[in-house]
Write a protein of this length. Structure first.
Length: 314
């Protein structure tokens, strides 16, 4: 259950009306001078007089309760959250032998692993899954918040886990299968590759059509060479752009480690902006209870003032 909140918190200011009433309760009425009668000089007031003097306190409490009722106290029921709050992300990483090419001071695969691990460590409530692919795909972890385990998995990745090749279609399809039953508000695949689809498996266009039908966004990342000539020979950027565009995602090119880190940061920012703060679609309302209690206190004051405590000074 979420904490108690108010639909109209400004209405709580109405409780200030209780201040003049409280002053009336505390301020004694002027005494009527009478001749001193020695036997009665030390007499204590009776219980009826004491209760009569405190009677207006019921009115003060009633005003406070009615002000709270007007403010609309309520509690959101977490069990009735609109299905899908949060983000489910699957990282689909290319482990083909070309990922062992140099990239800055390291290799494409080593830098990709470092950036992916940092991306995972920066998550808070998002669930992250992991798929790797070469000619075939291997699902290593469904979407999970066990970031420590995911970090270890990524750290241990190496080329050669599968037959060599670049199966972009099967890498995307394996990620989609993890998200098919997800009810998260945002379902995302981040697919990274440095080559062209060359595996005799699922066509990337067919996998992209499936992602679009499932309303799963696909962000594609091309790890490319700085040279435009080499870049055109190594990677099918047109295909990666089409996959992203068909699913509502975006294509990013990274030619150095810094750019690759920036790409993951931008994707994180884009997805986070799609998710608003947690909202509840059902509430338990407590205004009737406060209003009823306030009305009961007012009725009690009128009843006592008109019967048991009638004609006694307050």
């Amino acid at each position: 259950m979420n904490g108690l909140e108010f639909a109209a918190p400004a209405a709580l200011a109405l409780a200030l009306l209780a201040i003049p009433l409280a002053w009336t309760v505390r301020r004694p009425r002027p005494a009527v001078p009478v001749a001193a009668i020695p036997p009665l000089a030390g007499a204590r007031p009776g219980w009826r007089l004491r209760f009569a003097r405190a009677l207006p306190a019921l009115r003060v409490l009633a005003v406070v309760l009615l002000a709270i009722a007007v403010a609309g106290p309520r509690r959101g029921d977490a069990r009735t959250l609109v299905p899908g709050e949060g983000i489910d992300i699957v990282l689909s990483l290319d482990l083909s032998s070309s990922m062992l090419a140099s990239f800055g001071d390291s290799t494409r695969l080593a830098v990709t692993k470092d950036v992916a691990r940092e991306f995972i460590r920066s998550r808070q409530n998002d669930r992250v899954g992991l798929v790797v692919f070469q000619q075939d795909a291997l699902a290593l972890s469904p979407p999970s918040t066990d970031y420590a385990a995911l970090d270890r998995m990524v750290a241990d990745l190496d080329s050669g886990l599968l037959p060599d090749g670049t199966g972009i279609g099967v890498g995307l399809a394996a990620a989609l299968s993890m998200l098919q039953e997800s009810t998260a508000a945002s379902r995302v695949v981040i697919l990274l590759t440095d080559g062209e689809h060359n595996a005799p498996s699922i066509r990337p266009e067919a996998a992209a059509a499936l992602a679009a039908a499932l309303k799963i966004r696909v962000y594609t990342i091309g790890v490319v060479s700085p040279s435009p000539i080499d870049r055109g020979r190594e990677i099918d950027e047109r295909l990666l752009r089409e996959i992203a565009a068909k699913t509502g995602g975006r294509y990013f090119a990274a030619s150095d480690p810094g750019q690759l880190a920036d790409v993951y940061d931008e994707i994180s920012s884009l997805e986070r902006s799609r998710i608003t703060r947690e909202s509840f679609d059902d509430y338990d309302y407590y205004a009737p209870w406060f209003a009823g209690a306030g009305a009961a206190l007012l009725a009690l004051e009128l009843l006592l003032a008109g019967t048991l405590l009638r004609r006694l000074p307050a």
